[in-house]
Ligand binder design. Structure first.
Ligand code: C5P
Length: 403
């Protein structure tokens, strides 16, 4: 499912070496269903050509405010009125300064001034330029004017230096543009999420884990961020990138064992919603060996198990009340092999939580697809088979209504 269907985006390119990444950004926005209209400054054309952008977007590229191909010769009005958003990537220090002052001496700056749609800028420049008081002033002014700055990031720069000012990767810019268009139903809320498997060590090289990929929990984290929440993600061992990391609105704590996950989660319960998505090991190893257990003839090791703490149950015990509403609002997950609704609802009651989400279907591990059964005291509601991101967004909307 594409996330930018029917969205018209004016993609502005200003002069900076990061412009070599903008064709990829155009492609990613289009893959999500957006139609992309490119506008380039004169300097931008030194780094990437209008022909490249036209070939990729299928639309003629505008480079001059004196272009007479628009019937009333008012490209700045026509282009900005037709857009759902203007996204500028890269945004140079010069363009940011110009926009922060309301100057309009070329097509891109003029259409930003004439716009009645949101403006998002992904700054890109050398670290000295970014740190300069004048650029920081521009960034602050633009923020105050309601412009959304995407990044910049820190890292290796084309000039050979390392520092703040790198443009976000095209995929990160695209994800933030997608997030920008989602409903902000959790604005100002704090969301805590456990995700992935746990790993219970037998000795320094062996252990017991499960097939949880972490995808569902990470996707719920992304959907919560898209909805405006601040997210704390507590992840068991899984190789997934932190969603929307560049927003600065997500904290990730990596843990290994169920005990570690329990401690990290219980220390973070000052939140509005808790999603227990992790597949936590029910049992840990009583005494993990300090050294690798040697294979000794025919003898097999005797491994003694101990019950792990139930994280969700313990978080549910910490629930307090604010303005007549209990918090955190606890949401559990259940994967059952039979009679999902009955067993999941029993689990909900046993753990003392208001909502539990059942995974329907046996093939959810590692898959991008899933279907869910959401159960609370008022009954159950099915969320039909879809990509996990679609399901997560729907679940977030349901939970947002509850709190
Ligand atoms: O108890 P059971 O594993 O069947 O319940 C599943 C739900 O409980 C999931 O939300 C899971 O994240 C959570 N859970 C937990 N701590 C455990 C076991 C399960 O938080 N030790």
């Amino acid at each position: 499912m594409q996330s930018l269907i029917n969205k018209k985006i004016v993609l502005g390119i200003s002069g900076g070496i990061a412009a070599y990444k903008t064709p990829e950004l155009a492609r990613l926005l289009m893959q999500e269903g957006a139609s992309v209209q490119v506008v380039m400054t004169e300097a931008a054309q030194q780094f990437v050509t209008p022909v490249t952008m036209q070939a990729l977007t299928g639309n003629p590229v505008f480079t001059s405010q004196w272009d007479n191909s628009i019937s009333n010769n008012m490209a700045h009005i026509e282009l900005s009125r037709a857009a759902d958003a203007i996204v500028i990537a890269p945004g140079s220090a010069d363009l940011m300064a110009k926009l922060s002052l309301g100057l309009a001496d070329d097509l891109l700056s003029t259409l930003c001034l004439a716009r009645d749609c949101p403006l998002l800028i992904a700054p890109a420049m050398n670290k000295q330029m970014w740190e300069h008081a004048a650029t920081q002033r521009s960034a602050e002014r633009l923020n105050k004017d309601g412009v959304t700055l995407l990044g910049p990031a820190s890292g290796f720069q084309a000039c050979g230096e390392v520092g703040m000012g790198r443009m976000l990767e095209p995929a990160e810019v695209a994800e933030q543009v997608i997030a920008f268009f989602q409903k902000k139903t959790l604005l100002g809320k704090k969301v805590l999420i456990t995700a992935g498997p746990t790993f219970e060590a037998i000795d320094p090289v062996r252990g017991i884990t499960n097939h949880s990929s972490g995808k569902m929990g990470f996707t719920i984290a992304r959907a919560a961020l898209e909805a405006g929440a601040q997210v704390h993600l507590i992840a068991g061992p899984c190789n997934l990138p932190t969603p929307l990391e560049a927003t600065g609105l997500i904290t990730r704590t990596n843990v290994v064992s169920a005990k570690e996950m329990h401690a990290a989660t219980l220390a973070a319960t000052d939140c509005d919603v808790f999603f227990a998505v992790a597949a936590v090991a029910d049992w840990g190893i009583a005494k993990p060996a300090k050294e690798k257990i040697k294979r000794n003839g025919k003898e097999t090791p005797n491994i003694e198990f101990v019950a792990n703490p139930d994280i969700l149950l313990d978080v549910a015990k910490t629930v307090k009340t604010k303005a007549g509403k209990p918090y955190p609002y606890c949401v559990g997950f259940a994967a059952e092999s039979t009679d999902l609704e009955k067993h999941a609802d029993e689990k909900r009651k046993r753990k003392g939580i208001p909502m539990i989400v059942g995974n329907i279907g046996p093939d959810t591990f590692g898959s991008d697809l899933n279907q869910l059964l959401v159960i609370d005291a008022s009954g159950s509601k099915k969320i039909a088979k879809a990509e996990k991101l679609q399901l997560a967004r729907q679940l977030i909307q349901l939970v947002a209504k509850k709190i």
